[in-house]
Structure formats: structure tokens, C-alpha cells
Design a protein around this ligand. Structure first.
Ligand code: NAD
Length: 486
């Protein structure tokens, strides 16, 4: 279906083409970067209170257009409409948060070496920032980068995922409150538009959210140019349920953490470890709850679980489940395309038991509605399994035992630890991962610092010779004054 320079956009619930977008190449990227560089020279010096007004204005406009944006996002991305309304709310709130934070976060004064001196730590922007985002939370993940990047004084070029560009393109109007060139949006394939941005020498920082494979590729290109890169990559989050938990609540919590956005969340719970004495009862509850969930179009208000984003993603989920079953796992719910839906990239929410760490479904990111459950005997064992992953994004724990809580958050290798409340984000709380998840952070003060470089200014008000200067070990000789004769 792809023509030379257009990319079709599909509705994943119906498989119909709903629009097409330009596949913008190196020339368009070069023009955008030049405009961005010019805009940056003014934007960086824009007073903080004016930046704040504009960032708040973006938030106001998102709130005003929430219904339309959420509808468009459901059409192109498949997520249930109410989840997309939430996404708009979080995105608006992120712009408000950075509007205010940047007014106080421009550096500090540190103690100087001598009384005649002043030492300043300045936080400065990088220049042109390229933000490359995936399709699962297109507006939220764009906001988590664009709001702090602008707040720090950078100019930004956004490249949305080719599957979900339409809602992002609506932001051309939302961002028109900024001076021309401060925020631009380019559309196209990763290998074309995305890579041209990453390679462009005028781009000073690449902020990327996406897969480990593409993240590594981008990091290599940036390393060759010694260009700053910010990476938010995959995850394989564990969810540990202890025996003191309220099992009705825990079963719903695990189902939500595993199936939200059809399991296409970087922090989806993809490995569930349950204390052995409660495993049977817990599994019974989650299986019957999973079977009650409604799969269908995201525009139906009763739908819990929408389609996946595309056929290759659905196939990957199928392959993980089938391989697990071949190796001895059991499907207790789901495990197939819903028979009542002939069109669309749907997959039933699936509960697996009898799983082990030699199965792909327990090692690689599945990124689909699959909840594999493995009982543990000792809490220490659950912690060891939790850390048995190349990724370190988030982890979840269900318990009321404060000793276990402390032991867990001290020992787990993850950027976020959720206790009794899965997947809740906070604008002021940094988000990102350990290990192969990339090590960068979004949100919070750390999220602003990712887009600031640090300059130390050491200033002496007096000009005097220092005792540690040359000459060493000799008396200083004064230079003879020139006479008229010589
Ligand atoms: P992806 O890596 O295939 O694509 C992400 C973006 O990168 C898209 O915009 C794509 O066009 C672009 N891209 C692809 N190839 C490129 C290249 N060569 N140069 C420049 N840009 C390129 O990922 P995806 O399948 O769209 O998203 C799913 C992945 O994203 C999962 O692994 C998920 O865990 C991860 N993710 C991580 C977080 C986080 O915060 N850590 C959040 C959401 C999603």
C-alpha cells in the first residue's frame, strides 16, 4: 500500500485506511533544522515568565480539544476512548508542571574559593532537540519530552510514529502560540525521517522513546557524532503478589497492569510472581475476571480492551504464547483472536500458568495482553526473579508488610517501584529505567535536567597574581623597563 512518498494510516480496529501522511526526507529535515536553529537563538533568551505563559497556553488548548484529540487517537491507535481522554489530561498537566518548574530551575550559586569571587552554575539549553516517539502513548510521550525541552530553552522537532501521526499533527495548531520554528512536526518512517533527524549535525540532542533495537541503532549514530542522546527503551516489568494481599483487589490490579492499552505499555506487568499459598485462589480470581473483560472497538464506551496497533505486533504475541504452550505452559483464559471480531488486530486478554524463565514470554518484551503467572516459595526468590531481566523500567508489589516493602524497594533494579497502586505516574516523579531500558529520565526535576547542559562560571572581581602561577621554585624576576636608547 505504500507509495513513494506517502504512508497510509490505518484504523487498527477495522483495518481501513483513514488517511495518509508524507514521508519527509533529508531535504525537509534540513529545512526544518535550519528554521529551528534560527528560532532557538531567540527562544533561549525568552524570559521565564513568557515561556511559562506559552506552556500554560498549550495545556489550556489541549484541555479545550480533548474530546476531538481523544477520538482521533482512538481511530488511529485503537486505545479505548476513555484512556485517550486520560492521556490528554496527563499531557496537559505535564505542560503546566514544566511551565512552573523552569521559573525556578536555572542554576545556582556555589561557595567561591576566595572572598573576591563568585561561582555560578548555569543551566543552558542544547539547541535543536529531535524528539522521536512511539505509537502507544503518542501525545503523552511527546509531551514528556517537548514540555521540558521547551522549558529549558531548546527548539524542538517532533517525529511521531508512522502509525499514529494524525493526533500529533493537530498540535501544529496547538503549538502555533510559539514563535515560528520553535516547535515543528515532521512525519514519516523511522528509517527515513527519523534517521535523517538523528544524523543531522544541526540537531544537538536526540530524545528517543521506543524499542531496544532502534534505541541501540540511534545511540550508535549519536556516539559517532558525540551527540547527546536520551533513551527510554523497553521493559519486562514484574508484579509480585504477597500472601497478605486482598486477593480480589490484587487480581484486578494485576489484570489492569497487564492488559491496559492491550498490554502495549512499556510498564505493562509482563511477569506475575504470586506467593505459593495463595496462588490457586489468586489464579481463579484473575481468570474469571479476565474472561469478563470486553474486547472491541475503542469507541464503544463498554470496551475494556481495544485492538493491538498492527498485525506484526499481534503475531509476536501469538508466537510468545504458542512457544510457551509448546514448552508446557497452560492457557487459562484467552490465547486467541476473538472469534466475534473478523476485522481488526485483536487478541484476547490471556492468562498463562506453568511458565518459566527459559520461555520467551518471560524474557523478551511481549507488548501484548498476556499475563504469565509463576508461584514463588520465598520472597527473596521473587526479588531474584524480578531482577532477572536485561530491562529495569518498573516493578510492582502487592503487600501490607512494611518489612517486605523496604526489602523490595532497596533490592530491585528498576526506575519505578509501585506498591499497591500499579502504573500511576506523577509529573513531579522521575520516570525511566535501569539497565537496557536506557538510563534516562522523564518527568520531575530530572526530566528538565535531561534537556539542560551545565556551565560553571568562576568569576574573580579582582586581578591579582596567584601564588600557584609560574615561575615555580625561583624568585620572580621583574622585566626591565625599556630605555630610550634600546
Ligand atoms: P520503534 O523503536 O519501532 O519506533 C519508535 C519510533 O522510532 C517511531 O517513531 C519510529 O518511526 C522511530 N524509528 C524507527 N526506526 C528509526 C531509525 N532508524 N531512526 C530514527 N527513528 C526510528 O518502537 P515501537 O514499536 O513504535 O514502540 C514500542 C517500543 O517502545 C516498546 O519496546 C516499548 O517498551 C517502548 N516504549 C518505551 C517507553 C519508555 O518510557 N521506556 C514508553 C513507551 C514505549
Amino acid at each position: 500500500m505504500k507509495t513513494a512518498n506517502k504512508i497510509p494510516v490505518l484504523n487498527p480496529a477495522t483495518e481501513e485506511v483513514i488517511s495518509e501522511i508524507p514521508n519527509q526526507g533529508p531535504q525537509e529535515v534540513d529545512r526544518a533544522v535550519t528554521l529551528s536553529q534560527r528560532a532557538f537563538e531567540k527562544w533561549r533568551w525568552t524570559p521565564a515568565h513568557e515561556k511559562a505563559e506559552l506552556l500554560h497556553e498549550v495545556s489550556r488548548r489541549i484541555k479545550e480539544k480533548t474530546q476531538d484529540l481523544a477520538k482521533l487517537l482512538t481511530e488511529e491507535g485503537g486505545k479505548p476512548f476513555r484512556e485517550n481522554v486520560d492521556e490528554m489530561g496527563w499531557s496537559a498537566s505535564c505542560f503546566d508542571y514544566y511551565a512552573e518548574l523552569q521559573r525556578n530551575k536555572r542554576g545556582r550559586v556555589i561557595p567561591s574559593v576566595e572572598p573576591s569571587q563568585l561561582s555560578l552554575i548555569l543551566k543552558e539549553p542544547y539547541g535543536v532537540v529531535a524528539t522521536i516517539v512511539p505509537w502507544n502513548y503518542p501525545i503523552l510521550l511527546m509531551s514528556w519530552k517537548v514540555a521540558p525541552a521547551l522549558a529549558a530553552g531548546n527548539a524542538v522537532i517532533i517525529k511521531p510514529a508512522e502509525q499514529t501521526p494524525l493526533s500529533t499533527l493537530q498540535f501544529r495548531e496547538i503549538f502555533d502560540c510559539f514563535p515560528s520554528g520553535v516547535v515543528q512536526i515532521l512525519t514519516g518512517e523511522g528509517e527515513t525521517t527519523g534517521e535523517a533527524l538523528v544524523r543531522h549535525p544541526g540537531v544537538s540532542l536526540v530524545a528517543f522513546t521506543g524499542s531496544l533495537e532502534v534505541g541501540k541503532h540511534i545511540a550508535k549514530i549519536c556516539a559517532e557524532q558525540v551527540k547527546k542522546v536520551h533513551l527510554e527503551l523497553g521493559g519486562k516489568d514484574a508484579f509480585v503478589v504477597c500472601e497478605d494481599s486482598d486477593l480480589d483487589v490484587a487480581a484486578k490490579a494485576v489484570a489492569w497492569a497487564s492488559f491496559l492499552n492491550t498490554g502495549q505499555v512499556c510498564t505493562s506487568a509482563e511477569r506475575i510472581y504470586v506467593a505459593e499459598p495463595i496462588a490457586k485462589e489468586f489464579i481463579g480470581k484473575i481468570v474469571s475476571f479476565t474472561k469478563s473483560l470486553k474486547v472491541g472497538s475503542g469507541m464503544d464506551p463498554e470496551t475494556d480492551i481495544g485492538p493491538m496497533i498492527g498485525e506484526p505486533y499481534r503475531k509476536k504475541v501469538e508466537a510468545h504464547v504458542q512457544e510457551a504452550v509448546k514448552r508446557g505452559a497452560k492457557i487459562l483464559a484467552g490465547g486467541r483472536k476473538p472469534p466475534h471480531l473478523s476485522k481488526g488486530f485483536f487478541y484476547e486478554p490471556t492468562v498463562l500458568t506453568g511458565v518459566d524463565h527459559d520461555m520467551t514470554v518471560m524474557k523478551d518484551e511481549t507488548f501484548g495482553p498476556v499475563c504469565p503467572i509463576k508461584p514463588f516459595k520465598k520472597f527473596e526468590e521473587a526479588i531474584r526473579w524480578t531482577n532477572d531481566s536485561i530491562y529495569g523500567l518498573g516493578v510492582n508489589l502487592y503487600t501490607r508488610d512494611t518489612g517486605k516493602v523496604k526489602q523490595f524497594y532497596e533490592k530491585v533494579e528498576a526506575g519505578t517501584v509501585w506498591i499497591n497502586d500499579p502504573l500511576t505516574d506523577n509529573d513531579a516523579g522521575p520516570f525511566g529505567g535501569y539497565k537496557a531500558t536506557g538510563g534516562s529520565r522523564e518527568l520531575g526535576e530530572e526530566g528538565l535536567e535531561e534537556f539542560q547542559q551545565t556551565k560553571h562560571v568562576h568569576w574573580d572581581f579582582e586581578q591579582k597574581v596567584k601564588p600557584w602561577w609560574y615561575p615555580y621554585g625561583r624568585k620572580e624576576t621583574t622585566v626591565p623597563k625599556k630605555t630610550k636608547k634600546s
